[in-house]
Design a protein. Structure first.
Length: 288
């Protein structure tokens, strides 16, 4: 029941109508017995700074930040976590004495999601498809988690080169190798862990896929698509047809929320609690 002690958390973005974050956080609050409510806030671009200041003034406990404000919000914060500062994007604001501190739980969420599926990054030879905001964060994750060589394939080579330059400098080794997407035939002849980080295949364009060629999928032992709508993407189907294991991005979404919730409430969410939330997300998104 909402009463005088209820704490508020929320999401700022534009649009926010289709978000699944209220399902994650309100389910966790109920399951953990916390007096907390989570709501979406539609914020116009020119009001972003005011929205963050206003939330702090209203004693809002924490915020998530989504498209298109993950980078722009950083100038309104009191502090930014080191990893988030490297990535250049923040999706979680944690209340501190002087304002909010920004974190990037998309990246740590992906890592925890992969671990929960038994997928390891350390020493893995990898292919990363895309060089946009999400792929950039994954590239940092690969550096931080000591991946082997990571071939970053993008339609626009410049972007992959820029990410490679930054990530390789940050970790002091040649972890990211930038390549043009259409040059995928030049990849070494071996099996890779592949992360699909482009927006190709996202609903409603569910039949699209970034690479069609069956020969490419024979090089994939595990394919991880960051997309979760549709629940089984065309990329995932092609990976499975070639004999590989395939996963979607719904658990990444789950764990970015779980980690944000842990930061706001100073608790540890168990695997059992996370699985309970995952089932709620599947029902809510009609992924059944
Ligand atoms: P973004 O910054 O807009 O980047 C889009 C990427 O897709 C770029 O690399 C772009 O290549 C590539 N791309 C777009 N259209 C293409 C086409 N027709 N052919 C080849 N490449 C194409 O987007 P983002 O924020 O990184 O998000 C990427 C995906 O990750 C989205 O589908 C999003 O839903 C998903 N995501 C999931 C989660 C989660 O929690 N599961 C979190 C974040 C993001 P160019 O550089 O050449 O334009």
């Amino acid at each position: 029941m909402i009463d005088g002690k209820t704490r508020l958390c929320g999401l700022i973005g534009n649009p926010v109508e289709h978000t699944m974050s209220p399902v994650i956080h309100n389910t966790l609050a109920e399951k953990c017995g916390h007096n907390l409510v989570y709501v979406p806030f539609l914020v116009e671009e020119e009001r972003l700074g005011e929205a963050v200041k206003g939330a702090w003034a209203l004693n809002v406990l924490g915020m998530n930040v989504t498209v298109p404000y993950k980078s722009a919000v950083m100038e309104s914060l009191a502090e930014v976590d080191e990893l988030a500062a490297h990535i250049g994007a923040v999706n979680t604001l944690v209340r501190t004495q002087g304002g909010y501190k920004g974190y990037n739980t998309d990246m740590t969420g992906l890592y925890r999601a992969m671990r929960s599926e038994g997928i390891r990054i350390e020493d893995e030879e990898m292919i990363l498809l895309g060089a946009g905001g999400a792929a950039r964060a994954v590239a940092y994750l690969c550096g931080a988690q000591k991946a082997g060589k990571v071939f970053m394939l993008n339609r626009t080579l410049d972007k992959a080169q820029q990410v490679a330059k930054e990530v390789n400098a940050a970790f002091g080794r040649e972890v990211i190798v930038p390549m043009l997407l259409r040059d995928y035939r030049e990849l070494p002849d071996r099996k890779f862990l592949v992360i699909q980080g482009t927006s190709v295949g996202l609903a409603p364009k569910e039949d699209d896929v970034v690479i069609e060629d069956a020969a490419f999928y024979r090089k994939v032992h595990t394919g991880y698509d960051l997309i979760y709508k549709p629940f089984t993407t065309r990329f995932m189907k092609l990976v499975r047809e070639a004999g590989g294991e395939a996963y979607n991005g719904l658990k990444m979404l789950l764990y970015q929320g779980v980690i944000a919730y842990e930061l706001w409430n100073h608790v540890e969410i168990t695997e059992e609690e996370a699985s309970f939330v995952y089932e709620k997300m599947r029902q809510n998104g009609r992924f059944v």
